[in-house]
Design a protein. Structure first.
Length: 145
């Protein structure tokens, strides 16, 4: 019977393995790509990251429909399915409540936002996008996580 410590490492290893399988060469090999399109477009960065690398830093847009998060120095954009006004509260705390170790798509998020008064909402992430360094630098200062 594995100990809790071993199970934690096994979960991390499994998460990394899943991320490698999802973004690995076999996933890209299934779709033929012409040489011209391979050379003309810059390489797209992987959207996968380990949940533990999320620093907890986040900012919400004024319409409360988009969240920007900081993951180990990279900025990700989370487009939400609707507006969640609780995100604009000065006491808002955002958590990812899922047990997954790797986050690769929008459905990997299980967000919950709460404040000191007991209010809570569960924002649904519709789209996950990793911003390039230029896109992150172009964000207004109040939206940089």
């Amino acid at each position: 019977m594995p100990t809790a410590h071993r199970r934690g490492w096994l979960n991390i290893a499994l998460g990394i393995l899943v991320a490698l399988v999802v973004t690995g060469p076999s996933a890209r090999a299934s779709a033929p790509v012409s040489a011209a399109s391979r050379n003309d477009s810059p390489a797209q960065p992987s959207t996968c990251f380990l949940r533990r690398n999320w620093t907890g830093a986040w900012k919400v847009t004024p319409d409360s429909r988009t969240i920007y998060i900081n993951v180990a120095g990279s900025v990700y954009r989370l487009d939400l399915d609707q507006a969640y006004p609780l995100l604009k509260s000065p006491w808002a705390v955002l958590h990812n409540t899922d047990a997954s170790t790797a986050i690769c798509t929008a459905i990997d998020f299980r967000l919950a936002v709460s404040d000191r008064t007991g209010n809570w909402q569960t924002p649904i992430v519709r789209k996950l996008t990793r911003l390039s360094a230029a896109q992150a630098a172009a964000l207004p200062r109040n939206l940089r996580p």
